[in-house]
Design a protein around this ligand. Sequence first.
Ligand code: 6PG
Length: 249
Amino acid sequence: MPVEVKIVPDNAALNRAAAQEFARLADSAIAERGRFSVALSGGNTPRAVYALLAEQYQNALPWDRIHIFFGDERNVRPDHPDSNYRMANDALLSKVAIPGRNIHRIQAELGPEAAVKDYQLQLQAFFHLTDDWPRFDLIFLGLGDDGHTASLFPDTQALEESSLTVVANWVEKLQSFRITVTYPVLNHAAEVLFLVSGAAKAGILKNVVQPPGANKFPSQRVHPENGRLFWLVDQDAARLLRFANPRGV
Ligand code: 6PG
């Protein structure tokens, strides 16, 4: 299956393009259904995107119609420096007029089991689920050096989960649980947007997106069944990619 890769000149261009895509999808979802559901990714790459959204879209988007979820969370309190929620809150959520009820946090401070149950219930309530999967309008994802995404790490149990929306995933190399949504949630999204920046990611990005169709790394198993998979990468991260045609792979 062809993989859609958009290469932009640098990190600043990546942040602009990601913020524009967020706004485009938000406008469209709100026009069609009155609300926009997005799952944010953690780590470092998206921080500047969230800051740009706060800076340039503070008054340009109807934040009271936007619902923020998280693709994963570390096993820490929300005020911990490692918290994905804290990163998003510092960069974006505390700077826009988004109602607290629109922020659907993974409450990792409850402990892995309770946090999973709570987040499952949040998804069920928001998406009015009975026996279907949540369908996010947009899911941001990052790419780890080992090919992980969200908290779907190589050689972990969560990779095989096919019936639950959320699990507590023991990550041996981190000696910690991570709370993460599972592949069925990712693969039911309307759009999954990977953000990859910097020369350090060039090797893993090449291994993951070329050749298309491989399944060696966790991030290669993200294929929205009825949605768009879109890699937004800067030139430093893309320097090892080879294209049969200049448009993509
Ligand atoms: C997390 C993320 C994780 C991240 C990748 C890339 O909780 O850390 O969900 O999947 O997106 O590790 O992280 P960087 O953007 O910091 O390289």
